[in-house]
Structures are given as structure tokens and as C-alpha cells.
Design a protein around this ligand. Structure first.
Ligand SMILES: NC(=O)c1ccc[n+]([C@@H]2O[C@H](COP(=O)([O-])OP(=O)(O)OC[C@H]3O[C@@H](n4cnc5c(N)ncnc54)[C@H](OP(=O)(O)O)[C@@H]3O)[C@@H](O)[C@H]2O)c1
Length: 258
């Protein structure tokens, strides 16, 4: 059982974030749940309090909105709440050709997947280092390992998350604080619908449960691992771009994302 701690989870209203919140709740960590759909967070709060008797706060906030990260940081600081573990999970993708996807949605994606994640980390990390305790768990993707035609911006944002997390993980050595990057492959959540993909049998047969993806991330974080890829096929798939000629993953990914 880890010592008492407070864990902030973004994107806790569904999918992998909701399952990550459950794993940290089972550790009896106090939770701060962030997402836009407050009613979903309230329902999860009720369940987690009943199951584990833990303290749970909710913050209904659009993390892609300007000033959102600063507001969260300030309001927790003013209430004397220290965040020991930051789980940057909120994110979304959009399928289509770059020049045809709504420009505002592309910008929103970069603000959420990249900027909010970076700003939250910058806001909470110094106090973790001062306490020599806690860490960051960022959710990237197997998309992080290669370019992603028909989802080009999304794949690029996830490459950022992986490289950023690996970079700070190395910087943090010896501080008592860790950084872990979870890189799930296809996972059954609301992600595909929001991205604009039609449900396909190929996705359904390749996809794993959000619970399994979250278990891998939670365990890797607890063990201080830097990169965690759930599932053998996903692990293998993430290795291929390293050994294949650069054009091959581009072609395969374009086919899979079309
Ligand atoms: N599912 C997959 O196949 C897959 C594969 C690899 C990586 N991932 C990554 O896993 C992470 C979680 O996604 P998921 O699959 O669990 O999808 P999901 O079910 O759609 O969950 C996304 C979460 O992010 C929150 N969110 C979205 N926009 C937000 C915003 N502007 N402000 C605050 N919260 C926001 C959503 O809550 P609200 O809508 O209530 O705000 C929701 O809780 C993402 O980073 C995604 O890129 C997913």
C-alpha cells in the first residue's frame, strides 16, 4: 500500500482515465477528477467513495480553454491541496486528411493533448520535487512511435507526449519523483466515436478493454517504469517502425486509418 497521497486524473469521466481513477482509488489515494462532464465525475465519485471510503474532489473544466490549467492550480493551492501524482490522460483525436479537418478542432487537440499536459506538469512538478515524492503518469499511444496519415495531428501530439515524458523522466532521476508514459494501442472507449471512426470488426477484434490498458499504466507507474505498452501485439507494433524503412509504417498506418 503506497503512503497517503493525492492523485489528480484528467479525463476521468470515461475510458482509460475512469479506469485509472479506479486503480488509484483501490490504493486508497485521495482523488481529484477532472473532465468537462461534471455529472459523470459526480457519479464516479459516489461509486468510489462508497467502495473505498476515500476523499474525492471533482473539477468540471475544459482543459483546452485558455487559463484552465492556471485556474485549477491556483484553486488547489488556495485550498492547501498538494497533488502528489498527476495523471495526464485527457485527449482526443480526429480522423481525416489534415487539410479537411476543422481547423478549430485541430487547435483544440493540440491545446489539450500537448499544451494542457505540459502546463499541468510544469504547474505541479516543482512541489513534487520539493517533497521528493510522487510523479507524473502521461497517456500517449502506440501512435507515438510513427507518423499517422489520416490522423496526422493526433499522432504528432502523441509523439510529443512520449518524447516529453521520456525527457523529463531522465531529468528526474535522483529527485524521488518519476515520470511514466502509458502507450495504449486500440482500446474500447469513447475515443473512436469522438475521432469520427465508424465501428469496425477489425478494431473490435484488435482492441483491449480500458481496464486492461489502465492496469498496465498504473502498475508501470507504481514500479517507476518510464514507458509502458499494454499487450504483446502493441509492443511488437511499436518496435516495427524502428527496423522497417521509414516509408513502410506511413503506408500501413494510412491504410489502417482510412
Ligand atoms: N481508445 C484508444 O484506442 C486509445 C489508444 C491510445 C491512446 N489513447 C489515449 O487515451 C487517452 C484517454 O482516451 P480514451 O480512449 O479513454 O477516450 P475517451 O473515452 O474519449 O476519454 C477521453 C477523456 O478525456 C476527457 N476530455 C476530452 N476533452 C477534454 C477537454 N477539453 N477537457 C477536459 N477533459 C477532456 C473526456 O471527458 P469529457 O468529455 O467529459 O471532457 C474523457 O474523460 C487519450 O489521451 C487518448 O489519446 C486512446
Amino acid at each position: 500500500m503506497p503512503p497517503s497521497e493525492t492523485v489528480l486524473v484528467t479525463g476521468a469521466s470515461s475510458g482509460i482515465g475512469l479506469e485509472l481513477a479506479k486503480f488509484f482509488a483501490a490504493d486508497r489515494s485521495a482523488l481529484i477528477l477532472v473532465a468537462r462532464r461534471g455529472e459523470r465525475l459526480d457519479a464516479l465519485t459516489k461509486d468510489l467513495k462508497a467502495a473505498h471510503g476515500i476523499e474525492v474532489r471533482t473539477i468540471a473544466k475544459d482543459l483546452a480553454a485558455p487559463g484552465a490549467v492556471e485556474e485549477i492550480h491556483e484553486s488547489l493551492k488556495n485550498r492547501g491541496v498538494a497533488v502528489d501524482v498527476l495523471v495526464n490522460n485527457a485527449g482526443f483525436g480526429k480522423q481525416g486528411r489534415f487539410h479537411e479537418i476543422d481547423a478549430a478542432q485541430q487547435s483544440e487537440m493540440i491545446r489539450l493533448n500537448v499544451l494542457a499536459l505540459t502546463d499541468l506538469t510544469r504547474a505541479f512538478l516543482p512541489a513534487m520535487i520539493a517533497r521528493r515524492k510522487g510523479g507524473i503518469l502521461n497517456v500517449a499511444s502506440t501512435a507515438s512511435f510513427q507518423p499517422g496519415p489520416m490522423m496526422s495531428v493526433y499522432y504528432a501530439t502523441k509523439a510529443y507526449v512520449l518524447f516529453f515524458t521520456e525527457g523529463i523522466a531522465e531529468e528526474l532521476k535522483g529527485t524521488g519523483v518519476t515520470a511514466t508514459c502509458l502507450c495504449p494501442g486500440p482500446t474500447r472507449t469513447e475515443f473512436m466515436a469522438r475521432a469520427g471512426f465508424k465501428a469496425s470488426n477489425a478494431f473490435e477484434s484488435a482492441a483491449m478493454s480500458a481496464e486492461r490498458a489502465a492496469r498496465k499504466g498504473h502498475r508501470a507507474f507504481r514500479r517507476g517504469k518510464v514507458v509502458a505498452i499494454p499487450g504483446f501485439v502493441n509492443t511488437l507494433g511499436s518496435l516495427l517502425p524502428r527496423f522497417a524503412p521509414r516509408w513502410l509504417p506511413r503506408k500501413v498506418t494510412k491504410f489502417l486509418n482510412s
